[in-house]
Design a binder for this molecule. Structure first.
Ligand code: ARG
Length: 459
């Protein structure tokens, strides 16, 4: 029978099936650098309050470093008998240092330890996601520059609506990813209150100096209430939600580019290195990375749902259910980090087919709304102008022509003298140049946005 940290209370050993059912070492081992860091800070504090000598704290520090090296180098033996990463590291310390190792857990519990480790992990994880989001923003920004003068059809309901500059299109995603970065930052700030020292649930009668540990670990504040702090997983929820929104944004982009790379659309060529072929159809070039980016949204949404259900209806304080938080957290993080790391090079490598796009740009009446607005500026009530342009579009469909192919009489009939100016807003290029409002796709507005992001993303 294996030795347990709680062995004193028990006569019989743990059933093998229970060990396997309750273990978390298979997924929480990645917390080891944070567990070691937190233990080193805890040991230093114990020495400062006189419960360890400085020499003992030093020995613990060194032994913890050595254990960290062993784990990093793959020489550390993990076993479900030790349940989790906290127990593994403590047992390894005891093996190395004997009674000194048995002193480390003074004034703390695994309940405050695990949530401390998780917060430390989340700080690095959030920094990684922020970096990757910034890389994706930079890729979109360089595409916005590369296709500066390209006009795209803009869609609503995936039906041709109004023209937009390709730069405007790329900048739209930069905005979404910026809000994603802010959400990640917010979740990271939620993780900035140190739980260590709240012990199992009620605190400890050991005179621990929590503020000293806070300084050593670089937390902004101390968690105020021990019952709350040892059971708080809101910050995990916030982080996984922020990840889920990223996944949702990526899925929309991926869907769009899957469609745009079809023969039917023919808007863009994806980079070969980021596509795959077919084992039977020699001509195929499939956008699998985009499809999986879209498909893996399921992992993030699933993780968020899983976490919400795990946290629902838990009485205070720690409950073993909380161990399940890490599965959802790591799954969402890993999946979103991987998708982001591929999004940047795909955007960098994608080639828009200018000719194919331009040759069909005059299809679909992209200038109809601008024509209506020109009528309004000419003096017609908006609803009357809307109806009049609707009729002109119908006429064009019958004649199989474009709005700008209509003779002057058709326009003058609706508003006397209108034909003198109408041709200057008809056609996609003219329609695009007519935009005025702030935040619109008007070329000077788009350049303003480009400048803003160029400075902000300091390229
Ligand atoms: N392995 C546990 C978890 O991940 C931490 C330990 C707390 N376990 C306990 N029985 N009090 O949540």
């Amino acid at each position: 029978m294996s030795q347990k940290t709680w062995g004193g209370r028990f006569e019989a050993g743990t059933d093998q099936r229970v060990e396997e059912f309750t273990e978390s070492i298979s997924f929480d081992r990645r917390l080891y650098p944070y567990d070691i860091k937190a233990s080193q800070a805890h040991a230093a504090m114990l020495a400062e309050i006189g419960l360890l000598t400085a020499e003992e704290a030093h020995q613990l520090h060194q032994a913890l470093d050595a254990i960290g090296d062993e784990i990093r180098n793959g020489q550390f033996a993990f076993s479900t008998a030790q349940e989790d990463i906290h127990t593994h590291i403590e047992q390894a310390l005891i093996q190395r240092l004997g009674d000194l190792g048995r002193k480390l857990h003074t004034g703390r519990s695994r309940n405050d330890q695990v949530v401390t480790d998780l917060k430390l992990w989340l700080r690095d994880a959030a920094a990684e996601i922020d970096r990757r989001l910034r890389d994706v923003q930079r890729a979109f920004l360089s595409a916005a520059r590369r296709y500066h003068d390209l006009i795209l059809p803009g869609y609503t309901h995936l039906q041709r609506a109004q023209p937009v500059l390709a730069s405007h299109y790329f900048l739209a995603y930069i905005e979404k990813f910026q809000r994603d970065r802010e959400r990640i930052q917010t979740a990271r700030r939620r993780a900035d209150a140190l739980p260590l020292g709240t012990a199992a649930l009620a605190g400890t009668s050991i005179p621990v100096n929590r503020d000293r540990v806070r300084v050593l670990l670089g937390f902004e504040s101390l968690a105020r209430n021990s019952l709350d702090a040892s059971s708080d997983r809101d910050f995990v929820l916030d982080y996984v939600y922020a990840l889920t929104v990223i996944a949702i944004h990526l899925s929309g982009w991926a869907e769009e580019w899957v469609i745009w790379s079809t023969t039917e659309f023919g808007f863009l060529d994806l980079p070969d290195a980021f596509c795959t072929g077919s084992s039977i159809m020699p001509q195929k070039k499939n956008p699998d990375v985009l499809e999986l980016t879209r498909g893996r949204t399921g992992r993030a949404v699933g993780a968020l749902t899983q976490l919400l259900v795990v946290l629902k209806a838990l009485p205070l304080a720690y409950n073993r259910d909380l161990q399940e938080d890490k599965l959802a957290l790591f799954a969402a993080h890993d999946s979103v980090a991987a998708s982001l790391s591929l999004a940047a090079p795909i955007v960098e490598g994608a080639q828009f087919r200018r000719e194919a796009i331009e040759s069909r740009l005059e299809d679909g009446f992209l200038d109809a709304t601008t024509l209506m607005e020109a009528m309004v500026l000419h003096g017609l009530p908006m609803r009357s102008a809307h109806e009049a342009v609707g009729k002109l579009v119908r006429l064009c469909e019958q004649r199989r022509c474009r709005l700008r192919d209509l003779p002057p009489e058709e326009f003058d009939r609706l508003a006397p003298g209108f034909s003198a100016k109408v041709y200057s807003v008809l056609g996609v290029k003219n329609a695009l140049a007519a935009f005025r409002s702030s935040g619109s796709t008007a070329p000077e507005e788009v350049d303003r946005q480009l400048n803003f992001w160029e400075q902000r993303l300091n390229i």
